[in-house]
Design a binder for this molecule. Structure first.
Ligand SMILES: C[S@@+](CC[C@H](N)C(=O)[O-])C[C@H]1O[C@@H](n2cnc3c(N)ncnc32)[C@H](O)[C@@H]1O
Length: 244
């Protein structure tokens, strides 16, 4: 085991929680807050859940109530931007409970849905059982090169861990002329700012991009950004093309 393994608590894609790291933390805790062992242990367990496990597993925790608090199904703009002719392979990254794929469920076997939360994916599977499901991260897509004609992500990009490597992965799996569609909150809008503050408060590790920042990032990964527009007072869509 490398010394760095001691410090991996599951805040990144690797999700390593090692016993030595917990033991190490426990001793630091006892040094900082001397108290009897059973009290200290209880504190440590609660702290471990609140600070290390829940923020990273937040979507597993909220999966039972996600569809009750987040309303709406496939945005009509998504249908327009997808511009499907019927034979495309389509990937949604961060599909969650499958809230936004219901109106394209006729794609079925050509529809690929990926998410790192097993409990969110279970909900999606019930809605559209014939799609192809993968448990995974945007940063390491389990698909071959040039596989998809369309890739999209709704309200998910700001949760990704490494936006540049994820964008590079999307570029890799898209076919030439394929389209990447992103729906994101603008952190400069009033409600976008509120959501950003809430996600910081809950230590969700989110990073929000303004339309300009997103354009710059996608260009760095060789995308050609062809269109950006606001969908409502806080959400904007970005359409990017794989150009070579
Ligand atoms: C707010 S939900 C959005 C779900 C769905 N797209 C919707 O609009 O209802 C964000 C989703 O992104 C997923 N997610 C978080 N980090 C991710 C990553 N690195 N790669 C792919 N998906 C991720 C979460 O598990 C979660 O299901």
């Amino acid at each position: 085991m490398l010394p760095s393994d001691f410090f991996q608590f599951g805040v990144n894609t690797e999700e390593k929680v090692t016993l030595p790291s917990l033991f190490f933390l426990y001793h630091i805790f006892l040094v900082l807050f001397p108290m009897n062992t059973s009290k200290a242990l209880k504190f440590l367990i609660i702290w471990f859940q609140l600070v290390l496990v829940i923020p990273h597993r937040i979507f597993d925790f909220i999966s039972p109530i996600y569809d009750l608090i987040i309303k709406g199904s496939t945005p009509s703009e998504l249908i327009t931007f997808l511009n499907l002719q019927g034979n495309e392979k389509v990937l949604e990254i961060g599909t969650g409970t499958g809230r936004t794929v219901q109106k394209i469920s006729s794609l079925c076997k050509q529809l690929y849905l990926l998410d790192p939360s097993q409990l969110m994916l279970n909900k999606a599977r019930k809605k559209i059982p014939c799609a192809n499901f993968s448990l995974g991260y945007a940063e390491n897509l389990p698909y071959p090169n040039d596989f998809f004609q369309r890739v999209f992500a709704i309200d998910s990009f700001h949760h990704w861990n490494n936006h540049r490597s994820a964008a590079a992965e999307v570029y890799r799996v898209l076919s030439f002329d394929g389209t990447f569609i992103l729906f994101e909150f603008d952190p400069k809008s009033r409600f976008g700012h509120f959501i950003r503050s809430m996600e910081i408060f809950f230590r969700m590790g989110s990073k929000f991009f303004t339309p300009e920042e997103l354009r710059v990032l996608l260009k760095k990964e060789s995308f050609m950004v062809t269109h950006q527009q606001y969908i409502d007072h806080m959400t904007y869509a970005t359409i990017a093309q794989k150009s070579k």
